[in-house]
Each structure stands twice: as structure tokens, then as C-alpha cells.
Design a protein around this ligand. Structure first.
Ligand SMILES: *Cc1c(COP(=O)(O)O)cnc(C)c1O
Length: 433
């Protein structure tokens, strides 16, 4: 089949109904490079979704691609369970040298199964094993993955229902700002301090420093520091799920870096491989490394190809702070553009969400946000929603997106907002006539 004759009927005929993104972006993609995806008709789309932040360095980075091709052509190991390989050694050395040491972090790296949810499972299991407690405190609107442990910590009702059984071992607390007029931290502290609150002593707090799926709510330094303090006070661990917000997305390698906290456990996935290859890991403080060999096993722990591309990504983008500074500057410009987009809808600063290159606008309803994203797609922009009601239009462009392309994408978004807002404008009422 040539690209020109790509036929979509096989998907509805043979692919499970569970498929999702393809329904919103209903075309057959055949190529991807940088921040552009191309479909079988030769149509180009600017990618403001970036594999939900799995492609922070864009599609098919030439240096990662070249290193991977070289590795494959030289018969480098493709699959080696978790055996020692040169590719794993080089990745670990580089991660230690460029990421951990400069940040004063002493964490060890546990290779988990290749999806984010498996790294979260490992974190939850280890927190329970270390503390001998069951309860994990997770937060409203949190998203941590689809396997049963991580699903228990995920807020979304539809996703939870998919589990088909009771989801155990997690209590929910309000994220910062989740309840109008309520100081979440004070409430959590009061609940934990009260021996009759009904909340068992927790094994861990599991939090996304910026909630990726739950509406781009960004926790403040004070909130994260408060949680860290509560964790210490109650003998619990702090787990920062940096799967979506990490790897440079907010402007620093870890999203919590400038927040004055050092989490005990840090699940990473999505952009860790640098090239969109499946790769997840759990960073753990060395004193917590009480695993017995093979206690959290898995056939695909440590993707050799991902070790190669992840190492290149670290060498290319994290030798100095130029990417970080660029992301911060891009984030400021993005904020300004989103502020004027919010203005078109009569919304103020309160509608702006997220930070760095992980920002969006709460347009007020999932219906309007969905229409805006659909209109964007018709005009060549891939963009998605986030939030409890899918009410936030979310920009997750590759961090490497050139400014001109970023502006072009934001122009498409601006035009879509104008078009959709006009369609949604209240009809003149009879009384006004
Ligand atoms: C995507 C995501 C996960 C789950 O990762 P998968 O690779 O989809 O299993 C967990 N936590 C956060 C914050 C995520 O964004």
C-alpha cells in the first residue's frame, strides 16, 4: 500500500474500540520530524501534543536517530532482559554525571517495565514495603496510569470504572487550590494529625508537581514543601510523579527542581528516552533500595534502544543550561499569547494554567475546548484538552519547536478560538428586541 492510498477502514474493522487519540486526529500519519507530522495525503500538521510530552525534543531527532541506527547496524543488543550492557552502562553514567550529580541527588535508578504506570506501581509497592503501611495519599485530578495500583491513585471516574473492581489502598486529598476557599495543606495536616479522622497513617504522598491530565494545575513551592514536611512528620515518603512534567517540560530537568524539595521516589517515563521509545524508570533514595532481586520483575525492564537515545538526549540537551533557559523564555512568550487568547473569550489570568512549556487555557467548558481543538486540527494543528471536564486547551509542543512554528501554531489556535467563540456567542434574546 502506498502512502497515497492509505485506507482507514482496517482501524474500525480490526482495531479495538479502546483506541482514542486517533478518533480526534482522524488521518493516517506517515512521517514525523521535529514538530511536524505528515499524513498520507502529504498534509503537514504542527504537533502541539508531542506524544503527551513523550517527544520533548521533537520527532526523530537526527542525532538520536543516527546513534540508534548505528547501534542496530553494529548488532548492538536489542533485548537483554536486565543484563549488564554497554548501552545501559553509558546511560547510567551519563544520567549520574549530567542529571543527578549537578543537582546534588544521590538517587539510584530502578529499571521498571517500559510504561509510566509500571514505574508508578513500583513506587507504590516500594513505599508500602518500606513503611509497612498500605495507604497512599493521592490528589484530586491526579493521573498516574492505568494498571490497578496506579489506577487507584488516578482520579478520573471513567478510567477508574474501567478497572471493574474496587480500587484499594489510596485516600484522596484536595490538590492545592482544588476546593475554593480551602487551604488544602492545612486540611491535609489536620486530617493526618487527628487520630480519629479515619485516615490511616500513609505510606506516601503521590503527587504530580504539575497535573498533566487533570487540568495543568501547578503546585506552588510552599505546597510541595508543606507536603514534604508532612511526609517527614508522619513517616511517609514523598513520590513526585514527573512522568509528564519532567525531562525539561517546565524549564528544569525535574519539575520540582526549584521548589526546595527532594522527593524520595520519582517515576519517570514519557520523554525519558528522548525519542519516544518506551522507557520508564524509578529514581529512589539509596536507603530505600530494599528490593530483593527480581521482586519487581519484568521482561522489558531497560529498553536497550532507549538507553542509546536517552544518553544522546542527555548529552545533546543537558550539558549546559541552554535548553532550560530557552524553555523558560518560550514559556513566558507562550503565557503572553495564551493571555490574549483568554482575553478573546473574556477570561482573565485565572483561566491560564500550568507553567513553562506545559500551559493551557481553561475555556470554561469541555464542549468549547473540544470544538477549538477540532477546528485547530482542520487547520493543521494537533492539540488536545485536559482537565476534569476536558475544559483546558493544553499546549505541549516539543521544547525544541522553533519560534516561527510556535507562533504559527498559536495563530491557528487563536483563529480557532475566534471561530468557535463566535459560534458559541449567546443568541440575541427576544427580550432584547
Ligand atoms: C502518562 C502518565 C502516566 C502513565 O504513563 P504510561 O506510560 O501511559 O503508563 C503516569 N503519570 C503521569 C503524570 C502521566 O502523565
Amino acid at each position: 500500500m502506498t502512502a497515497q492510498t492509505a485506507d482507514k477502514s482496517v482501524f474500525s474493522r480490526r482495531e479495538s474500540e479502546v483506541r482514542s487519540y486517533c478518533r480526534a486526529f482522524d488521518t493516517v500519519f506517515v512521517k514525523a520530524s521535529g514538530s511536524i507530522m505528515t499524513d498520507s495525503e502529504g498534509r503537514e500538521y504542527i504537533d502541539f501534543l508531542a506524544g503527551c510530552s513523550s517527544l520533548n525534543y521533537g520527532h526523530n531527532d537526527p542525532d538520536m536517530k543516527a546513534a540508534l541506527v548505528e547501534h542496530i547496524m553494529a548488532d548492538g543488543v536489542t533485548h537483554g532482559l536486565d543484563m549488564y550492557t554497554d548501552a545501559k552502562a553509558a546511560f547510567l553514567d551519563t544520567f549520574e554525571r549530567l542529571i543527578l550529580k549537578p543537582r546534588g541527588m544521590d538517587h539510584k535508578i530502578m529499571m521498571t517495565g517500559p510504561t509510566g504506570t509500571n514505574a508508578v506501581e513500583a513506587a507504590m509497592k516500594l513505599a508500602r514495603k518500606v513503611t509497612g503501611r498500605e495507604t497512599i495519599v493521592a490528589f484530586t485530578n491526579g493521573f498516574h496510569g492505568m494498571t490497578m495500583g496506579a489506577l487507584a491513585a488516578t482520579g478520573n471516574a471513567g478510567k477508574r470504572a474501567g478497572g471493574g473492581m474496587a480500587l484499594h489502598g489510596v485516600v484522596r486529598m484536595p490538590y492545592e487550590g482544588a476546593l475554593p476557599g480551602v487551604d488544602s495543606l492545612a486540611m491535609i495536616e489536620a486530617m493526618l494529625d487527628n487520630p480519629s479522622s479515619g485516615i490511616d497513617a500513609p505510606a506516601a504522598f503521590l503527587i504530580e508537581p504539575v497535573q498533566g491530565e487533570g487540568g495543568l494545575n501547578a503546585a506552588s513551592a510552599e505546597f510541595l514543601q508543606g507536603l514534604s514536611r508532612l511526609a517527614k512528620k508522619h513517616g511517609a515518603l514523598l513520590i513526585a510523579d514527573d512522568i509528564q512534567a519532567g525531562i525539561g517540560r517546565t524549564g528544569t530537568f525535574f519539575s520540582f527542581e526549584e521548589m526546595g524539595v527532594v522527593p524520595d521516589l520519582i517515576p519517570l517515563a514519557k520523554s525519558l528516552s528522548g525519542m519516544g521509545l518506551p522507557f520508564a524508570a524509578l529514581l529512589l533514595r539509596p536507603e530505600l533500595d530494599i528490593w530483593k532481586p527480581a521482586e519487581h520483575n519484568g521482561t522489558f525492564r531497560g529498553n536497550q534502544h532507549a538507553f542509546v537515545t536517552a544518553r544522546v538526549a542527555l548529552e545533546k540537551f543537558w550539558q549546559d543550561d541552554s535548553l532550560s533557559r530557552d524553555v523558560v523564555a518560550k514559556g513566558v512568550r507562550l503565557r503572553a499569547r495564551l493571555r490574549s487568547i483568554a482575553g478573546l473569550l473574556g477570561l482573565d489570568e485565572a483561566a491560564l494554567r500550568g507553567r513553562g512549556m506545559m500551559q493551557g487555557v481553561n475555556v470554561g467548558s469541555g464542549e468549547l475546548a473540544g470544538e477549538i481543538c477540532a477546528e485547530c486540527f482542520r487547520n493543521g494543528l494537533i492539540i488536545e484538552t485536559s482537565g476534569a471536564h476536558d475544559e483546558v486547551v493544553k499546549i505541549l509542543a516539543p521544547l525544541t519547536t522553533p519560534d516561527a512554528l510556535m507562533n504559527k501554531g498559536l495563530d491557528i489556535l487563536t483563529a480557532a478560538v475566534k471561530t468557535c467563540a463566535a459560534a458559541h456567542a449567546p443568541k440575541p434574546s427576544i427580550a432584547a428586541e
